[in-house]
Design a protein around this ligand. Structure first.
Ligand code: NAP
Ligand code: MG
Length: 406
C-alpha cells in the first residue's frame, strides 16, 4: 500500500511515563507504516520542560494557534514529590492549564462506547459528551478564613469614576470561611459559542444547566448569555439541522440525564464539569475509554486522552514487568487529530484511515481481546487479557487485514 500523504502538519506534544511509552508504540506500529506523518514535534516530557524553563509548552501552544490541530500525550503536573524525583528547578504549572490559557477554549469529553463494556446506567446507549467551561469560578477564587466576629462585604471599585458599589455578604458571630469568585461575559460568551458550534458540528442536541434560581445574578448571567447567543446566532442553524438547545436547572438535568438514552452534548460550568465528567466517564466504563478535545473560539483543536500518565504502571514497566495499559484513548486522540487535519486539508484517504483505525480498535475489544482494566468490567464472559504491546499488535493485525480498503 502507498503511504497516505499529508499536506499540513499536526502539532505533536509528547509527554511522560507510561503514556510516553504507548505514544511511541502507537506511532511506530499503527501510524508510521501507513501515513507519511507530518508533525511539528514538541517534547513536553517533564525533563524537557525543566530544561527549557517550560518555554516548550508555550511554543507548543503557539504552534497550535498556527497549525490549528494538535495531539497531546498525557504529562506530569509536578507536585513536591515530582520536584524531588526529577530534580526540577521549580514546580511548573500544569501544561494543560498553560495551553488552555493560550487557546482560551472549552474542553469536550466523550466516552468511547464499545459492545461488551456496558454503561452502569442501563438506559445510556449513546455517548454523553461533557463540555466544561475551563475559566474562572472557584479555580480562580479568593478565600478567607474568618477568625472571629466581624462583617464581610464585597466592593466593586471602578477604574474610572468613583461610584463604589458594595454588598454585605455576612456578619459573623463566630469563626467561619468566605469565598469570592468571578467570571467574565467575554469568557462565558466564548464558552457558549464553542458549545453551539460543537453541537452543530457533531449534530447533537445541546443541554446547559446551572443553578440560576438560587444564583440569580451569577448563574443567571450564564443562562442569559447562552440564550442571547442561541436566539441571535444559532437558532436558525439548529432548526435546519433538526437539533435543539435546552436549558434546565442542574438538579433537573441530572435527574433527566440518568433516564436519558444519551447522545447529546451537556454544557457545564467549571466545577460542575470537573465533577460530573469524572462521574460520567466512570459510569461509561473507564477513564481509559474517554477522549478529550480542547476547542478554541478561533477554531483550533487539541486532542488528548482524558487520563493521566498512569504512573503506577510505569514504575512496573521500569522494573521490567509487563503492564496491561489501555491505549484506546491515546489512539483516539491521534485519530481525532488526523480526522480534523483531513477535514481542513480535504484529505479523504487520511480521514478514511483514521476512521478505520477507530473501527478496528473497537473491534478488537468487541472480539474479546482487551487490557486488564476492561477485562475487569466487561460483560464478555471470557475476555482475553493482553499486555500493552499485545493489545496494540492485536489492533494492528485487524488494521493489516483491512488496510487495502482505503
Ligand atoms: P492516571 O494516570 O489517570 O491513573 C490513575 C489510575 O487509573 C491508574 O493507576 C490506573 O489504575 C487507571 N488508569 C488510568 N489510565 C489507564 C490506562 N490507560 N490503562 C489502564 N489503567 C488506567 O492518574 P494519576 O495516577 O492520578 O496521575 C498520574 C500523573 O498523570 C500525575 O503526575 C498527573 O499530574 C498526571 N495527569 C495528567 C493529565 C493530563 O496530562 N491530561 C491528566 C491527569 C493526570 P490501576 O493503577 O488501578 O491500574
Ligand atoms: Mg476532575
Amino acid at each position: 500500500m502507498k503511504k497516505i500523504p499529508m499536506k499540513n502538519p499536526i502539532v505533536e506534544m509528547d509527554g511522560d511515563e507510561m503514556t510516553r511509552v504507548l505514544w511511541k508504540l502507537i506511532k511506530d506500529e499503527l501510524l508510521l507504516p501507513y501515513i507519511n506523518l507530518k508533525t511539528d514535534y514538541y517534547d513536553l516530557g517533564l525533563k524537557n520542560r525543566d530544561r527549557t524553563d517550560d518555554e516548550v509548552t508555550l511554543e507548543a501552544a503557539s504552534a497550535t494557534l498556527k497549525h490549528k490541530v494538535a495531539v497531546k500525550c498525557a504529562t506530569i503536573t509536578p507536585n513536591a514529590d515530582r520536584v524531588l524525583e526529577y530534580g526540577l528547578k521549580k514546580m511548573y504549572k500544569s501544561p494543560n492549564g498553560t495551553i488552555r490559557a493560550a487557546l482560551d477554549g472549552t474542553v469536550f469529553r466523550k466516552p468511547i462506547v464499545v459492545k461488551g463494556i456496558e454503561p452502569a446506567v442501563k438506559y445510556w446507549n449513546k455517548p454523553i459528551t461533557i463540555a466544561r467551561h475551563a475559566y474562572g469560578d472557584i479555580y480562580k477564587d479568593s478565600e478567607i478564613r474568618i477568625p472571629d466576629k466581624g462583617t464581610v462585604s464585597m466592593t466593586y471599585v471602578p477604574d474610572e469614576g468613583d461610584e463604589l458599589s458594595a454588598v454585605k455578604v455576612f456578619h459573623f458571630d463566630s469563626p467561619g470561611v468566605v469565598l469570592g469568585m468571578y467570571n467574565t461575559d467575554d469568557s462565558i460568551r466564548k464558552f457558549a459559542k464553542s458549545c453551539f458550534d460543537y453541537a452543530l458540528e457533531t449534530k447533537q442536541d445541546l443541554w446547559f444547566s446551572t443553578k440560576d434560581t438560587i444564583s440569580k445574578t451569577y448563574d443567571h448571567r450564564f443562562k442569559d448569555i447562552f440564550n442571547e447567543e442561541y436566539e441571535n446566532s444559532y437558532k436558525a442553524s439548529f432548526e435546519e439541522k433538526g437539533i435543539f438547545y435546552f436549558y434546565t436547572l442542574i438538579d433537573d438535568a441530572i435527574a433527566r440525564v440518568m433516564k436519558s438514552e444519551g447522545g447529546f452534548l451537556w454544557a457545564l460550568k467549571n466545577y460542575d464539569g470537573d465533577v460530573i465528567s469524572d462521574m460520567v466517564s466512570s459510569a461509561f466504563g473507564s477513564l481509559a475509554m474517554m477522549t478529550s478535545v480542547l476547542v478554541s473560539p478561533s477554531g483550533c483543536y487539541e486532542y488528548e486522552a482524558a487520563h493521566g500518565t498512569v504512573q503506577r504502571h510505569y514504575y512496573k514497566y521500569l522494573k521490567g514487568e509487563r503492564t496491561s495499559t489501555n491505549s484506546v484513548a491515546t489512539i483516539f486522540a491521534w485519530t481525532g487529530a488526523l480526522k480534523k487535519r483531513a477535514e481542513f486539508d480535504d484529505n479523504n484517504r487520511l480521514k478514511e484511515f483514521a476512521e478505520l483505525l477507530e473501527e478496528v480498535t473497537k473491534q478488537t475489544i468487541e472480539d474479546g481481546e482487551m487490557t486488564g482494566d476492561l477485562a475487569r468490567i466487561t460483560s464478555n464472559p471470557k475476555p482475553v487479557v493482553l499486555n500493552s504491546d499485545e493489545f496494540i499488535q492485536a489492533i494492528k493485525r485487524r488494521l493489516e487485514d483491512r488496510i487495502e480498503e482505503i
